[in-house]
Write a protein that binds this ligand. Structure first.
Ligand code: ADP
Ligand code: NA
Length: 325
């Protein structure tokens, strides 16, 4: 395994969906063989958009189970909660001195979030989100961070902070680089450009075949194709976009038969549901294994937290030494 490190993280907001799988997890599973990986359950980051913490532990466990079910190897790579490694908050404080408010206000991701989430009063934590994220990455001396396009500005902030620390106190941190995830966003069942929990348009990794069928039944297709026999346009059809991902072998045929009208939307949807179900079958099986063995899941978490903490302590002792603190 290469000596370069990766920090991957997600906010634990509930069970994961197939958008998370194709947009992140599938890639993480490959990367774990090429790099030393750290998997962060970013529970503090949840607070920026949701102050209610009553579900946060359960959500963290469910996300961990989804990660394991998707094929992440806990022996290779530690999986841990941000809140359990105190050094995240300590490094965050030091980094908060190395970046201007002005710079953080210019962060385009923040501007998008303020617009999308209709935020009227920006909290300090929201402004500082990329600073805490920088601590998450650099505590483990992450060289690469697998992200989507929208997260690149955050990584740029991390690079600036790493540079500033190293110039001021001496070399401790690498300048992390984004590792762009190639796959485009998976659309939601309602036709929205993004499958997302908050939009309620998801297929979960844990959904059983009947649930998947029922969800697909209601999915939107080409509005001009009303009954079998009508010619359809797969280019604007959500279900066709799922076929491309989960049923690549039949894509050409479906394209042809949709356009000619030979294939009706109901049949096309049920075929799609079956393909997604079989794609998810191994994930569902592994999920069940872990759900039946909650002690094993907790052991994995605590082991991951011990390993992450050991690394974090080492980094912080270098930080203290350089800063003479
Ligand atoms: P956050 O944890 O910041 O709320 P999300 O839960 O939206 O972010 O996403 C976590 C990860 O999963 C990100 O890497 C994101 O790119 C990916 N992801 C989420 N939804 C989708 C989707 N619909 N299509 C592709 N990737 C997605
Ligand atoms: Na989300």
């Amino acid at each position: 395994m290469a000596d370069k490190r990766i920090l991957s993280g997600m906010r634990p907001t509930g069970k994961l969906h197939i958008g998370h799988y194709v947009g992140a997890l599938e890639n993480w599973v490959k990367l774990q063989h090429q790099y030393q990986s750290f998997y962060l359950i970013a529970d503090y980051h949840v607070l920026t958009t949701n102050l209610d913490t009553s579900d946060i532990f359960d959500n963290s466990i469910q996300m961990l189970i989804d990660w394991l079910a998707a094929g992440l190897d806990p022996v290779k790579s530690p999986m841990f909660r941000q809140s359990q490694i105190k050094q995240h908050t300590e490094l965050h404080l030091i980094f908060s001195m190395l970046i201007t408010v002005n710079r953080l206000e210019r962060n385009p991701t923040l501007k998008d979030q303020i617009r999308d989430l209709n935020i009227e009063n920006v909290i300090y934590g929201h402004l500082g989100y990329p600073v805490l994220q920088t601590a998450d990455i650099l505590l483990y001396k992450g060289n690469f961070v697998p992200v989507g396009e929208d997260q690149v500005p955050h990584i740029e902030i991390s690079r600036e902070i790493a540079r500033r620390f190293n110039n001021q106190y001496g070399e401790v941190f690498p300048e992390p680089e984004p590792l762009l995830t190639k796959f485009a966003r998976l659309q939601g069942l309602d036709g929205n450009a993004k499958m997302s929990k908050s939009l309620g348009n998801t297929i979960l990794l844990s959904d059983d075949p009947d649930t998947i069928k029922n969800k697909l039944r209601k999915a939107v297709t080409d509005p001009n194709k009303i009954r079998k026999g009508d010619p359809g346009n797969p280019d604007i059809c959500l279900v066709f976009s799922y076929h491309k991902k989960f049923n690549p072998d039949e894509v050409a045929e479906i394209d042809k038969n949709c356009r000619s009208g030979a294939l009706g939307c109901v049949d096309c949807k049920m075929n799609c549901a079956a393909k997604i179900s079989s794609f998810l079958e191994p994930v569902r099986e592994k999920r069940k294994y872990y759900e039946d063995r909650m002690n094993e899941v907790l052991d994995i978490l605590h082991d991951g937290e011990n390993r992450a903490r050991a690394f974090a302590e080492q980094t912080m002792s270098e930080v203290h030494e350089k800063m003479r603190l």
